[in-house]
Every structure is written in structure tokens, then in C-alpha cells.
Design a binder for this molecule. Structure first.
Ligand code: C2O
Length: 554
């Protein structure tokens, strides 16, 4: 008895934050956008009607889109943008995934304001693999586009266009929000601070989503422990912690028992900054947990909430400890493979393009333009067609399939000594072809060029196992011994440790074109992306469906 859910999505709304009202692009006038709630097995049909003056597409982050790659959403990858006045019906079935995912615009930087939660509950006759929570609350961490105001007054698309024009870093000073609100420490925001009402003694399921553009975030709740039960819509072995770390794109479901004195407590989030000398926002966004005790009936004369302890902004040990705590549940049928058909090694990191005469070059030293790459390839999105459409109809000239399995030079991190051959990437639109059903093992190695950084790498169309992660150079001999084939966590986005590496594994059982990219939006703009093209297998169930009739064309 799977259901078909229909939604209409639209755009452009005045929204008041931080004492000012501005027009931002929204969905149905809501910011954050509507929460979509489904059960595993259901079909979602979302008609996106573009009533704004910008191109838009919507991506269903983490949804596998088995054989329905046309509904995945990244612009110029699986579709051309929906133009102003146009529409497109995304239709897909949610198979084999439960937990919290989210949706967001996947066009320019529109996802700054165009996002919302996507909650997948078990089928009607099934229950959660943990105690039934008495309440479920999506908690979306975003950015508020202000302090010191330039962001809110401009709009994200203009900010990124300006960065692309000059080759410099975007003029973004993002501070953060929880469910669209900056919280108590910001002007004109106190009245609207997100409040989560709870009852003493109950256990609530909080579904955290990091929808921020360019920041990893630590999250804590004053005086309450959190038990992690799922990440990226894959269940985990429950583990208890007082701090979460979420990279952009990641989700974490936690159970919280309201076992403290009945009053008000802050949930607080603040950036984790793995890089050195990286400008960042050190503001703290807050929401409030309010026990139903008659003590917090309004925001007038307040009981000052208790504030949690957050790790320091550069506490890599805390981020690492959190990542290490996540494990898949003990279960039969965890399909981890000891042998892989494809062994790939991808370097991920920043770099520069040399300045050409007549170009604006506001990158490092003011004589270059920022670039980013995987295996020294800086990804260029096509303009005349989508990759998937060109693949399906065998249209030549849109991409090539010679993305390299290894970097052009042997990678060696040993203290800032990375080969210059990885500093100046080559722009191009190269895909890596995968045979249907092949087992892919991929080492992601941070290059630490310009700055060591934790890159949240997101793979479309797949969940992957994280076999191992570590610091320094990946060592193919020693590090394979650390591979976890027993209970590796399953995710769609992994923070590749700063100055380090991670090994992921997936089976290429979803035909189509699938983007792999850094979920720091500024990095995807600079080219930190590539795509896999997965061939059809045999028969209908192993083949990409034909495109919908209303697929937007370029
Ligand atoms: Cu959540 Cu390609 O993105």
C-alpha cells in the first residue's frame, strides 16, 4: 500500500531576518522549505514550478534514484535547469532507505535558501530498530546570510557570480541558523528563536541536517546526551555522545531523553574549521529545548537557558572521535566486498589557475584564480546539454570518458611538499565509466594544497561503505589492514579527514551519470567534482528508465 505523494514547489518571497526584510528564493513561501514525509516504498511526485527569475533544479540529497537518474537534479548533470516560467515533475520511488535526508536546489548557489527535510519512515507494518520516540523533530542547520549583512543584502547567485568573475574567494560571511532562525545571540532574532517543546521524561528523535553552504558544524545540547541511531538515512549501532559533527550534506538522527530539570536548554551549533588560515564565522546559532513546565510559556522575561560545551573551532580530535563512533548495525546482508573490481585513487583539494592577460585574478597573491580538482582535473559543467541526456542518446562532444583512475603523479603529502603537478589543474568534462555491478573501491586523499581541509565528499545515486580513514598519506600496504569489512558505516557524504584520506566502497548497480563532489559549495564552483557514468546491465531492472517527457532541455 505504497503511497504517491504530490507536491507543488514554487519561488521568491520576502523574508525578515536580523531586522531586515529581503526577497529570497523559497519553496512555497517557506524558509526553510516544506518537510516532505514519506514511508519507505512510497513514490514522491514533486512538480517544481519556477516562478522566480533564476534557473533552478532540485536535488533529493541521498535518495538513491534507482534507475530514475533523471530525477536526481544537479543542473547540467542529470537535467538542464528549469528556466523561469518552466516546470518539471520529479518522480521517484524511495527503495531500501529509512531515516533523514533532505532536498536542496542544485543550481548555482541557490541552495543557500532553497532546502528542506525529507523524512523516510519505515513501511506501515514495520517499526524503527530502536525505542519508539514520542516526538520527532527535524533540526536543519543552515546559514543566515548576514553579519555583516552583505550576504543578506546581495543574493547568493550574485555573490558567486562575482567570485567567478574575479577568480577570488566569494565575499561570504555566513553565520548559521537552526530551522531558519539565527537564534538568541542575534539582533531582532530572539522572538523567533526556534523552540522545541518537550515533556519531561520523554525520548525525542531529533533529525539533524547540515544544510549550510560552506561549513562543517559541531552541535551540542546543554546537559543532554544524544544517542546516534542513523546517519545519512542508514541506521547505525546506537552510540552516545555529547557532541555531533556534521559536514554539509550530512544528516544525523539522535534520540534524546529529556531527563534533566524541567527548564530551558540551548541546542548550539558552531563551525568546525579544519583548515589553517581559513576565514570563518565563529558565531554560534542556537535553538531552545523547552520542557513543558509552565516555566517558559513565552519569550518575555526569560529563564536564561543553560549553554552546552562545544569543542573548539579547530578541534579535529573531536571531529575524528565522532566519525570513528559511527558503525553499521550488526546485521545480516551488509554487502561489503573483500575484493573490488575497480581500484581508484582520487586526490581532492584546491589549486590555482594561472592568470591570463586581461583576466581578473583575485585568487592567491592576486595573480591567480582559485581552482579545485580531483586527480588534477577541475570539473567544467557542460552548458549545451546534460551529461545524462548526452549519455542516453549518445550525443558526442558533451563529455569524454577518460577521467583518470589515479593522479598524474604519485601523491606524496609529506609536509607541504605536494608535487607542483597537482597545483595547477586542467579544466575539463571527463567522466569515469563503470560497468554495471562492478565493485568500486575508492581512496579519497586530501592534497592539502593551499590549505589542509576536511572535504565533505558527496556521491550521488549511491550509499557507500567507509572502510577506513586516517591521516597522512594513504599507504596501500599498511592501511588495507585497517579496513573494516564487518560493520563499516554507510553514508552518502564523507568528511575526508584533513591532511588525510578515506576509503569508500560501493557497487555500481545504479545505471546513469552520478556526480561526486565536495559539498562545500565554493569548492564545487571551483571544480572539485567529477562524475561516474554507470552502464546499463541486462534487462529492465538493471537499466536506466527513459527520460520523462517534460525533462528540461538546455
Ligand atoms: Cu547535496 Cu550534489 O548535492
Amino acid at each position: 500500500n505504497a503511497k504517491v505523494h504530490h507536491h507543488e514547489f514554487v519561488q521568491e518571497t520576502p523574508v525578515k531576518r536580523l531586522c531586515n526584510t529581503h526577497n529570497i528564493i523559497t519553496v512555497n513561501g517557506q524558509f526553510p522549505g516544506p518537510t516532505l514525509e514519506v514511508r519507505e516504498g512510497d513514490t514522491l511526485v514533486v512538480n517544481v514550478v519556477n516562478r522566480a527569475q533564476y534557473n533552478v533544479t532540485i536535488h533529493w540529497h541521498g535518495i538513491r534514484q534507482l534507475r530514475t537518474g533523471w530525477a536526481d537534479g544537479p543542473e547540467f548533470v542529470t537535467q538542464c535547469p528549469i528556466k523561469p516560467g518552466g516546470s518539471y515533475k520529479y518522480r521517484f520511488t524511495i527503495e531500501g532507505q529509512e531515516g533523514t535526508l533532505w532536498w536542496h536546489a542544485h543550481s548555482s548557489w541557490l541552495r543557500a535558501t532553497v532546502y528542506g527535510a525529507l523524512i523516510i519512515r519505515p513501511r506501515e507494518n514495520k517499526s524503527y530498530p530502536f525505542e519508539k520516540p514520542s516526538r520527532e523533530v527535524p533540526v536543519i542547520l543552515g546559514l543566515h546570510c548576514a553579519t555583516p549583512w552583505e550576504w543578506w543584502n546581495a543574493n547568493p547567485i550574485d555573490v558567486i557570480r562575482e567570485a567567478q568573475r574575479t577568480g577570488g574567494a566569494p565575499n561570504v560571511s555566513d553565520a548559521f541558523t537552526i530551522n531558519g532562525q539565527p537564534g538568541d545571540f542575534f539582533n531582532c532574532s530572539q522572538k523567533e528563536t526556534t523552540a522545541i517543546p518537550v515533556k519531561a521524561g520523554e525520548t525525542a528523535l531529533l533529525r539533524f541536517i547540515n544544510a549550510a553552504l560552506n561549513h562543517e558544524l559541531f552541535v551540542s545540547i546543554a546537559q543532554h546526551k544524544m544517542t546516534v541511531v542513523a546517519t545519512d538515512a542508514s541506521y547505525t549501532k546506537p552510540f552516545t555522545t555529547s557532541v555531533l559533527m556534521l559536514g554539509p550534506g550530512q544528516t544525523t538522527d539522535v534520540l534524546v531523553t529529556m531527563d534533566q530539570a524541567p527548564t530551558r536548554y540551548y541546542i548550539a551549533a558552531r563551525a568546525y574549521v579544519s583548515g589553517q588560515n581559513v576565514g570563518f564565522d565563529n558565531t554560534t546559532t542556537t535553538a531552545v529545548i523547552e520542557y513543558d513546565c509552565g516555566c517558559a510559556s513565552d519569550f518575555g522575561p526569560k529563564i536564561q537557558p543553560a549553554f552546552p560545551t562545544l569543542p573548539a573551532f579547530n578541534d579535529t580530535a573531536a571531529a575524528t572521535a565522532f566519525a570513528a563512533g559511527i558503525k553499521s548495525p550488526d546485521a545480516d546482508g551488509l554487502k561489503v566486498h573483500k575484493d573490488a573490481d575497480e581500484h581508484l585513487f582520487f586526490t581532492v583539494g584546491l589549486g590555482v589557475f594561472n592568470c591570463k592577460p586581461g583576466q581578473l585574478c583575485a585568487g592567491p597573491n592576486n595573480n591567480s584564480r582559485f581552482a579545485a580538482s580531483i586527480n588534477n582535473h577541475s570539473f567544467v559543467f557542460p552548458k549545451t546539454d546534460s551529461l545524462l541526456h548526452a549519455h542516453y542518446y549518445k550525443i558526442p562532444g558533451v563529455f569524454t570518458t577518460d577521467f583518470p583512475a589515479y593522479p598524474p603523479v604519485q601523491f606524496d603529502y609529506t609536509a607541504q611538499n605536494v608535487s607542483q603537478a597537482l597545483w595547477q589543474p586542467v579544466p575539463g568534462t571527463k567522466l569515469y565509466p563503470l560497468r554495471y555491478g562492478s565493485v568500486v573501491q575508492l581512496v579519497l586523499q586530501d592534497t592539502s594544497i593551499l590549505t589542509p581541509e576536511n572535504h565533505p565528499m558527496h556521491l550521488h545515486g549511491y550509499d557507500f561503505f567507509i572502510l577506513a580513514q586516517g591521516f597522512g598519506n594513504f599507504d596501500p600496504k599498511k592501511d588495507v589492514e585497517k579496513f573494516n569489512y564487518v560493520d563499516p558505516p554507510q553514508r552518502n557524504t564523507i568528511g575526508v579527514p584533513v591532511n588525510g584520506w578515506a576509503v569508500i566502497q560501493f557497487v555500481a548497480d545504479n545505471p546513469g551519470v552520478w556526480l561526486l563532489h565536495c559539498h562545500l559549495d565554493v569548492h564545487i564552483t571551483w571544480g572539485l567534482a567529477m562524475a561516474f557514468v554507470v552502464e546499463d546491465g541486462y534487462g529492465e531492472l538493471q537499466s536506466l528508465e527513459p527520460p520523462p517527457v517534460d525533462l528540461p532541455m538546455c
